[in-house]
Ligand binder design. Structure first.
Ligand SMILES: [Zn+2]
Length: 304
């Protein structure tokens, strides 16, 4: 968390702001560079493995573009004229080891000149629960035909996950797909029939079959079809490598290629595929990394 002027009592804020702008203009602070130092913030304040992260850059000068390198990924920032802030969404994989990681921000000025600022950002280890789940034997010891189906699904998924819209299609805050209690959190370690171990890479909502399921933000439907493990599955491309996945559905209300807006009806819930009963599994994938949907739903997104 960086120092925020909002933490300063009102009467001092103005004087301090003037001083800070002066220091920034002189190139004081940061890496001792001569360009103006941006004010960097992020949400959530405490970052853990498995979390999404929204970076916000407040630059004193007018910029043409802002981008950042983050854990082998690249983030393109958008400008919010309302909130006067550049913002970019990223993620931290479940397998990320706690420690300090570089965020390398590149600012491009109107004249084409660029400036780079590197900040060390602390990642804390998250604590995730562990549970034992009993499922039908076919899912842990699949037959030959089932293995063929699973392998075909793998090909489809690889193609879907490859397709990334370079532009940001999402806008504004992310909304819950259903209004229901959570039955299993993201990150839970699952043990199936004492054999297969996996991490729960989504968020489960306790809904009966036939409950309307809504798009969490604007995007394009990449996939709307039955799969072996996922059951009837919808995948929405929100752009810049951000996907939302809705699993175990009973009925589709959208077709592949269709554009959707935040809150649009996309499907009805069910218990298809590898599910111990009807529920909605929501997963969020950012540039190949599964991130915690519950945190994404809470992030305050600047007005676009
Ligand atoms: Zn689930």
């Amino acid at each position: 968390m960086t120092f925020s002027l909002m933490q300063v009592p009102g009467k001092w804020r103005r004087q301090l702001a003037v001083l800070l702008i002066g220091l920034a203009a002189m190139g004081v602070g940061g890496q001792g560079r001569t360009h103006q130092v941006p004010d960097l913030n992020w949400q959530p304040i405490s970052l853990t493995n498995g979390s999404p992260v929204l970076f916000e850059v407040k630059a004193p000068a007018k910029l043409h573009a802002v981008s950042a390198a983050w854990m082998e990924h690249s983030i393109n920032f958008s400008y919010s004229a309302t909130d006067k802030v550049w913002y970019g969404l990223g993620g931290i994989s479940l397998t990320t080891v706690p420690g300090a990681y570089d965020l390398r921000v590149t600012e491009t000025f109107a004249n084409g000149r660029t400036a780079e600022v590197v900040r060390k950002i602390k990642i804390v280890g998250a604590t995730y629960p562990k549970i034992t789940v009993k499922v039908s034997k076919q899912y842990t010891e699949p037959s030959h035909e089932q293995l063929t189906a699973i392998s075909a699904d793998k090909g489809v998924k690889a193609k879907v996950f490859e397709a990334v819209s370079a532009q940001r299609l999402w806008a504004g805050r992310f909304v819950a797909p259903v209004s229901a209690p959570v039955s299993d959190v993201f990150g839970t370690a699952r043990v199936f029939n004492e054999k297969v171990q996996s991490r729960h890479q989504g968020l489960d909502f306790a809904v009966g079959p036939g409950t309307p399921v809504h798009a969490i933000n604007d995007g394009v439907v990449l996939l709307a079809r039955p799969m072996f493990f996922e059951g009837n599955c919808v995948v929405i491309d929100h752009g810049q490598g951000l996907l939302s996945l809705y699993l175990h559905l009973s009925e589709f209300k959208v077709k592949e290629g269709e554009e959707v807006r935040s809150g649009d009806l996309i499907a009805l819930s069910g218990g298809t595929g590898r599910a111990s009963g009807p529920h909605l599994h929501l997963a969020i994938r950012w540039q190949g990394v599964y991130i915690n949907p519950a945190i994404l739903l809470k992030i305050q997104i600047p007005a676009s």
